[in-house]
Design a protein around this ligand. Structure first.
Ligand code: FES
Length: 138
């Protein structure tokens, strides 16, 4: 049993080391420790969207007094998609509807400390999903 755990820890360490060559520390942190996962107990709007690669994100948003107070996300996507979903839910904490709507993929990528070009569509998917959810409030 302990040997299986050691092998798993070694493999996990190798994967993380490989990821560090490609992704920023912020991306890896949001992937390994995603914030606001799952569906919040209460929310005012949500939507699901699929990207060009077929990955899907669902984002849930709840407001208190005109500001975003609760968020949650689910995804079947890749590591960068998890990181983008997690990061965008953090970016909108306390934001008004208009402020959250105005967040761009470029801003999300900057927040994450950059993304490889092949993963910029993951950021676009997260932004578009957030906007799709918020559009239901207008
Ligand atoms: S959303 Fe397509 S690879 Fe991440």
């Amino acid at each position: 049993m302990d040997r299986d755990k050691d092998v798993f820890d070694d493999l996990e360490g190798m994967v993380v080391e490989e990821a560090k060559q490609k992704y920023s520390a912020t991306v890896i942190d949001h992937f390994l420790n995603p914030r606001n996962t799952g569906i919040p107990e209460s929310f005012d709007c949500y939507t699901y969207m699929s990207g060009i690669c077929g990955d899907t994100i669902g984002i849930y948003v709840g407001f208190d007094n005109g500001r975003i107070a609760r968020t949650g996300f689910v995804t079947n996507g890749c590591g960068p998609t998890v990181a983008c979903s997690s990061a965008i839910t953090c970016m909108v904490e306390g934001a008004t509807l208009e402020e959250a709507m105005s967040i761009t993929g470029k801003q999300l990528i900057e927040y994450l400390g950059g993304l490889p070009i092949e993963n910029t569509h993951c950021a676009d998917l997260a932004v578009n999903t957030l906007r799709g959810a918020l559009a239901k409030m207008t």
